[in-house]
Design a protein around this ligand. Structure first.
Ligand SMILES: [Mn+2]
Length: 245
């Protein structure tokens, strides 16, 4: 058992250097022995439903992911706030396991909680409302049935706003983000115990341990490829960051 965790790559254009870096990274994984690839959301700066616009735009990335699947790698995709309604294409067509919220996995005795991280801030009422709204049947229906060019236009506008919000507005201080990550971990531990928490979304790479009622839990935030391309590797024996440049 060996898993790679990636998030917040925010690929905007298939020809961009970040997209090419991601493709090269995935291609390099074709030569690795591992079992699972976890995409923790905001991989694409915009992906909505199964619209052929996105499937065509990111066909090269999709084809490397298919190659990985053919090698026997299981791919997990957690919806972010930039990649939404992933069931139709990613699950039904690609056979990727899609998650709309947090999930827990076991690597032998190691229990790992995995999530995108967009529910980390309970004070962010505006976003919590938006998250709820986007997941209502009515919005899902619109995202599927509106003409593709309208979905893309609305999506790109919102995506740009959201990225600005995450990187400029919400980023008060590093200590503020760290505190939010910590408080979130404690809130989660009150409900369920686990050895490792892995999330993204806040665009801030973090790695620390907390003690909660006698148990040590390691908390990882994957940061973003907008700053540095990294992946986190989990095996039952060892959990560590790798940098990709
Ligand atoms: Mn996000």
């Amino acid at each position: 058992m060996k898993a790679y965790f990636l998030s917040d790559i925010h690929i905007q254009e298939p020809e961009s250097s970040r997209a090419q870096l991601f493709e090269a990274f995935l291609s390099s994984l074709l030569h690795e022995e591992f079992s699972d690839l976890f995409l923790l959301g905001d991989i694409f700066d915009l992906w909505i439903d199964e619209h052929s616009y996105f499937v065509r735009k990111y066909s090269r990335i999709i084809s490397v992911l298919r190659e990985l699947q053919q090698k026997g790698v299981k791919i997990h995709y957690f919806e972010g706030n930039h990649d939404l309604y992933l069931e139709r294409f990613w699950q039904d067509e690609m056979g990727v396991a899609v998650y709309g919220g947090p999930a827990t996995f076991r690597f032998d005795s190691l229990k790992v909680r995995v999530e995108h991280g967009d529910q980390m801030d309970p004070e962010d009422r505006g976003y919590r409302f938006l998250r709820w709204l986007l997941r209502t049947p009515a919005l899902r229906w619109l995202a599927h049935h509106l003409p593709e060019f309208i979905v893309v236009a609305i999506g790109e506008k919102s995506s740009q706003k959201s990225r600005h919000y995450t990187t400029e507005v919400k980023t008060k201080t590093e200590e503020d983000i760290r505190q939010k990550i910590r408080l979130h971990a404690v809130r989660c531990l009150k409900k369920d115990r686990f050895d490792l928490l892995i999330a993204g979304h806040v665009h801030f790479r973090e790695d620390f341990t907390i003690e909660y009622e006698g148990q040590t839990t390691r908390v990882i935030n994957l940061g973003t490829w907008l700053k540095e391309p990294t992946a986190f590797i989990v095996t039952p024996e060892r959990q560590y960051f790798v940098e990709w440049a």
